[in-house]
Design a protein around this ligand. Structure first.
Ligand SMILES: [Cu+2]
Length: 154
């Protein structure tokens, strides 16, 4: 009985320590390039901050060159380009997918949600949620689906 209690205390202590470590982990830092008047870009930055990211915003006249430098092809373009851990993050990509990318560290240019899908993070319009894919962009420009949202069965 006593031994079981002791082991239980140890487990609780380990869990508390793990939680403490998780909370103490530095917020992932992301640099976001956007145009000055972009409201949905601001809303996406708010989504990242609410998810625990440390965001540095850079207002630029044109995000195209930053997208190109990140290796994200024009056809996957959206309104803003983020840079994190050597990856480009184009458009309204959910914070959870950015975390998954950075943790998995695949050989890739980054992630993209092309265009501006209603219902993606930062593009909320009431209850409307259009389906969308998050694409993993390879360094050669080829893309595969990294995550899907709002699709039937997803
Ligand atoms: Cu947008």
């Amino acid at each position: 009985m006593r031994r079981r209690h002791f082991i239980g205390t140890l487990a609780a202590g380990a869990a508390a320590l793990a939680l403490e470590r998780a909370l103490a982990a530095p917020a992932p830092a992301i640099e976001v390039f956007k145009t000055p008047g972009c409201g949905c870009c601001e809303a996406w930055v708010g989504h990242l901050r609410a998810s625990g990211f440390a965001v540095t915003v850079r207002d630029v006249d044109d995000t195209g060159p930053y997208r190109a430098r990140a290796g994200i092809p024009e056809r996957f373009g959206s309104c803003h380009t983020g840079l994190i851990a050597g990856y480009g993050i184009e458009g309204h990509v959910p914070a959870a997918d950015i975390r998954r990318l950075v943790a998995a560290r695949p050989a890739a240019a980054g992630l993209a949600v092309p265009g501006m899908t209603v219902g993606s993070p930062g593009m909320e319009q009431g209850s409307r949620k259009d389906p969308f894919d998050v694409f993993l962009i390879r360094r050669d420009g080829a893309a595969s689906v990294f995550a899907s949202y709002g699709k039937r069965g997803a």
